[in-house]
Design a protein around this ligand. Structure first.
Ligand code: GLA
Length: 388
């Protein structure tokens, strides 16, 4: 749907013209998976698909919200004097959570808003549609009510919404890249210190292809929280001897020297992934900077194998999609991306081979798994902003 069509929809639904338009992207993580909450590095980029939001101020202290992705739910009304989580409010808990936490930080809402949301990232595909709604809501509120918080503060607030309001114990990667992304770059973030650096994403004749398993991410949240606790337990074992704050501080040598302290074998594997994945991420960024795409691809494959074997979050759908992709001509790397348990893979494919890639991978995946995969060419885009 283009902007004109969205404006016409707004008028249909709310009987008035919208005043402003905002956008927040989705994201794809190139490497550095399940490292953010372990104090390691991540290397995602924002994509040009995301969430559009059209707004109009209204005098009543209410949010009147409509999503074109959940049309059946109709307009959801949120009373700005009563912003408690309510499962009945469904997806609208994300904007509600943002307004609630902004209020806790001292924001004053003397009027309300009508907002039309439209997302062109598939929901639940692991491309961060929820963080995208959080950040678009943040910049709507900042812009409308003149809230004096910078983007990094909004990023942290959005993570808080996810952790405390929604109840998913996620790290900071998604909100950070969705707030801070920059066109034609990927972002290297040290999740321990929040120091970051933009790295030009020049793939000379290659493209980033996102492949969607279309497998529903069941159990994703509970398994996610379980992985997190396993890493915390492993860290606690190591802390008996070493004074470190996170697994992300460990070098390969240190980990190999102290891993025997981790009493549980499964926890040891989880920690091994976290430590090696962090080191791989730093190496991958160096490869990209040195234009060594081949090596970058090899590190992506190593990342996938570790997520499958040590972290156990790939599952047959994601792994099949990766293995089939790696057999194709012009593919230099492929891995699962995001939390796992379904969702998407990311592959780097030579431009002239993209059509065959989509045809062949789609066919073989369908034969092996019985699901139809979707494919998107990803372009790196800007973080959350107003569209003027
Ligand atoms: C989800 C979380 C992120 C991160 C990834 C795994 O996307 O929201 O914080 O932990 O999983 O890398």
């Amino acid at each position: 749907m283009n902007l004109d069509e969205l404006q016409a929809k707004f008028k249909d639904i709310f009987n008035n013209k919208n005043e402003k338009i905002f956008f927040a992207p989705g994201r794809v993580n190139l490497i550095g998976e399940h490292t953010d909450y372990n104090g390691g590095h991540v290397f995602p980029c924002a994509i040009t698909q995301g969430t559009y939001a059209l707004t109009r101020s209204i005098p009543e202290r209410k949010l009147r919200l409509f999503s074109l992705n959940f049309e059946d739910t109709g307009i959801i009304e949120i009373d700005l004097d009563n912003m408690k989580f309510d499962s009945k409010d469904n997806w609208a808990n994300y904007p509600k959570g943002v307004f609630h936490h902004l209020e806790q930080k001292g924001a004053k809402f003397d009027s309300g808003l009508e907002i039309l949301f439209f997302g062109n990232i598939p929901n639940g595909a692991g491309l961060s549609s929820s963080a995208s709604i959080e950040l678009v809501s943040c910049i709507i509120a900042k812009n409308t009510y003149g809230i004096d918080l910078d983007m990094i503060e909004l990023v942290k607030l959005s993570q808080k919404v996810e952790n405390e309001f929604i109840g998913v114990n996620s790290g900071i990667m998604d909100q950070f890249i969705i707030g801070m992304g920059k066109k034609d770059t990927a972002l290297l973030l040290d999740c321990n210190t929040l120091k970051y650096r933009y790295v030009p994403l020049i793939l000379d004749g290659y493209s980033i292809i996102i492949s969607n398993t279309n497998k529903k991410r069941t159990l994703a949240d509970s398994k996610y929280n379980e992985r997190r606790s396993q890493c915390e337990a492993a860290l606690a074992d190591i802390q008996k001897v070493l004074s470190i704050k996170s697994l992300g501080e460990l070098t390969e040598k240190e980990f190999e020297k102290y891993k025997h302290l981790i009493t549980d074998e499964t926890n040891m594997k989880r920690a091994r992934h976290a430590v090696y994945e962090n080191l791989r991420t730093l190496e991958a960024v160096e490869c990209l900077t040195a234009n060594d795409l081949e090596k970058f691809g090899k590190l992506m494959i190593a990342s996938h194998n570790s997520l499958r074997d040590d972290y156990d979050v790939a599952g047959v759908e994601l792994d099949t999609l990766v293995q089939v992709a790696l057999k194709q001509k012009g593919v230099i790397g492929s891995r699962m991306t995001g939390a796992g348990f379904g969702g998407c893979t990311v592959s780097i494919v030579k431009d002239e081979n993209i059509d065959d890639f989509i045809k062949n991978v789609g066919k073989e995946y369908q034969e092996k798994i019985g699901l139809t995969a979707d494919f998107y060419i990803a372009h790196s885009g800007d973080g959350a902003h107003e569209i003027l």
